[in-house]
Ligand binder design. Structure first.
Ligand code: HEC
Ligand code: HEC
Ligand code: HEC
Ligand code: HEC
Ligand code: HEC
Length: 249
């Protein structure tokens, strides 16, 4: 697959895809059997990290907002990883002798960024954008699994094309809004769900499902009706959302 879509061949790939060329589709299909094996999708597998950073400690037990560290997530296509300074805002004062934090102190002293190993990476020929999903109220855990339960970060979903398309073809089955907080923007809702969990407020089954990283494809007619309203309200371009150029440009 890497050979099929080298970054340098991007224009080729794009053109053939945009023109709806049959060849890439056929190749895609023949690769599908391979690309669906768990070996390739790596769901649930963690990677070795220079520092054993725990989301369970930081995001759940300490309750630090995702945006404190992933500062770009609501504004840009990338979520981004935190700079060493962000860690040192606390760790210059607490846990200062921890051997586990030695690479963080080293990085701070030398000015060399920590080399985290990304667990989520789509191929070069796929375009993804965080900010639009967050602006539509899609919770991080829909796509990353139960991050608050990860002492070491693992990949939560396959990120295969079919997986993205399931939602892009029928977003009304996925979009969700907390009706007890009608005045919140969809973006606020994404982060408020973590606070609700933190404050041990009562959660609906749907909210529990989102936090657990379960697939949100609801079959419930009432929920779908609500989803359709949100699709209209947010102006989601449903007719185009599954077009090839949306993700391959
Ligand atoms: C808001 C403050 C805060 C920030 C920011 C923060 N931490 Fe922590 N961190 C803590 C606290 C408090 C603990 C102790 C948690 C516990 O064990 O109860 C901790 C524990 C740790 C530990 C475990 C240390 C040990 O010896 O068990 C590691 C590793 C760690 N943090 C890494 C990081 C990294 C990497 C960053 C930056 C991406 C970071 N932390 C940012 C507060 C923070
Ligand atoms: C204290 C800082 C901090 C906070 C708060 C934090 N993260 Fe992270 N996050 C990191 C660091 C450091 C990494 C890179 C190391 C790793 O993968 O564990 C990371 C990695 C990730 C990754 C995997 C990125 C990849 O592809 O490798 C996801 C997904 C993620 N965070 C989601 C979240 C979500 C969702 C929240 C809020 C519920 C959150 N994070 C809160 C520091 C933080
Ligand atoms: C619709 C699915 C989706 C949602 C919602 C989502 N992400 Fe991601 N995330 C992805 C994909 C896909 C990638 C890989 C992007 C790539 O390879 O370019 C990714 C990558 C990341 C990374 C790795 C660094 C980076 O910028 O690529 C972090 C950190 C991360 N996400 C955090 C978050 C946080 C925090 C939230 C919620 C505020 C969130 N994500 C919401 C799909 C999603
Ligand atoms: C849970 C539902 C859901 C999932 C899963 C999802 N998306 Fe989306 N995506 C949306 C919605 C809703 C929009 C907003 C469309 C609009 O407002 O017109 C969107 C928009 C986009 C856009 C358009 C961004 C722009 O700037 O126009 C891209 C690109 C995209 N998604 C890529 C992906 C990729 C790649 C994946 C899989 C890794 C993915 N999405 C998974 C719901 C989803
Ligand atoms: C919602 C986003 C999205 C849309 C829309 C989309 N794709 Fe994809 N596509 C992806 C992702 C993500 C991958 C990477 C899958 C992986 O890494 O396994 C991919 C991979 C591919 C591949 C590589 C082979 C494979 O199956 O992994 C081909 C070929 C392809 N897409 C063609 C198309 C065509 C043709 C269309 C329009 C009919 C289309 N895509 C629409 C997200 C999308």
């Amino acid at each position: 697959m890497a050979q099929l879509f080298k970054p340098s061949a991007n224009n080729y790939a794009r053109t053939s895809i945009v023109l709806g060329g049959l060849t890439p589709v056929l190749i895609g299909l023949s690769l599908a059997a391979f690309s669906r094996s768990p070996l390739n999708t790596k769901v649930g597998t963690a990677k070795n990290q220079p520092v054993p950073f725990s989301h369970t400690h930081h995001a759940w037990e300490l309750g630090i907002d995702c945006r404190y560290c992933h500062t770009a997530v609501e504004k840009s296509s990338y979520a981004g990883l935190p700079a060493t300074e962000t860690c040192m805002s606390c760790h210059s004062q607490i846990w200062t002798n921890s051997p586990l934090l030695e690479p963080v102190r080293q990085s701070y002293e030398t000015g060399t960024p920590i080399q985290w190993n990304l667990v989520n990476k789509t191929p070069e020929f796929v375009y993804f954008n965080h900010s639009i999903h967050v602006a539509r109220g899609i919770n991080c855990n829909n796509c990353h699994g139960p991050v608050q339960n990860m002492p070491i970060t693992a990949k939560g979903k396959s990120f295969q094309m079919q997986w993205c398309l399931k939602c892009h073809r029928a977003p009304e089955k996925y979009l969700y809004k907390d009706e007890t907080k009608p005045n919140q923007t969809p973006r606020q809702q994404v982060f408020d769900l973590y606070w609700k969990m933190q404050a041990k407020e009562e959660l609906t089954p749907r909210e529990n499902g989102i936090l657990a990283g379960e697939e949100q494809e609801t079959g419930d007619a009432k929920e779908i009706e609500k989803g359709k309203k949100l699709v209209n309200q947010y102006g989601v371009k449903v007719q185009q959302l599954a077009d090839c150029w949306v993700c391959h440009r």
